[in-house]
Design a protein around this ligand. Structure first.
Ligand SMILES: [Zn+2]
Length: 147
């Protein structure tokens, strides 16, 4: 009797842990908790947002990822365009280059950039200053495709 109770408790704990893990994954990758919505965050050209640093010789290089140590053109998107209001970084498998989106509270934008942490149903909006990017924060929003 006792052994079966312990087994039952263990099975229950394992089931709960598995559910918690699964929910965490779903929340992050599929956003099922926010049906039809996209996680919208903000970024600017700064080294903190874009993962670059200035070396003693004035050169700017990536600080992490596959391009670590390689030259970084500050303010230039991965597509080669100049980052400006309306520039959106996204996961290109979900939102390819050139996709036009309307984001409530921000306006119209075009996908022209990528980001190491921008995966799945998550987009990153460009702001001229770090303060503005921080003020935007992180919101789950219904984003409209324009094209
Ligand atoms: Zn920044």
């Amino acid at each position: 009797m006792r052994a079966s109770r312990v087994l039952l408790a263990l099975a229950l704990a394992a089931a709960l842990a598995a559910m918690g893990w699964a929910f965490g994954r779903i929340y992050r990758t599929c956003s099922l908790m926010h049906p039809g919505k996209v996680l919208v965050t903000g970024y600017c050209n700064c080294g903190k947002c874009c993962g670059w640093e200035r070396l003693a010789n004035g050169e700017t290089v990536y600080t992490y990822g596959k391009l670590k140590g390689k030259p970084k053109r500050v303010g230039i998107t991965s597509r080669g365009t100049t980052a400006r209001h309306g520039t959106i970084a996204a996961d290109l498998r979900h939102y390819p280059y050139g996709v036009k989106l309307y984001v409530p509270g921000y306006g119209y934008g075009v996908v022209e950039d990528i980001g190491g942490a921008i995966k799945g149903h998550h987009i990153d909006l460009w702001f001229p200053t770090h303060e503005e990017a921080k003020r935007w924060g992180a919101k789950w929003l219904k984003v409209e495709f324009v094209n």
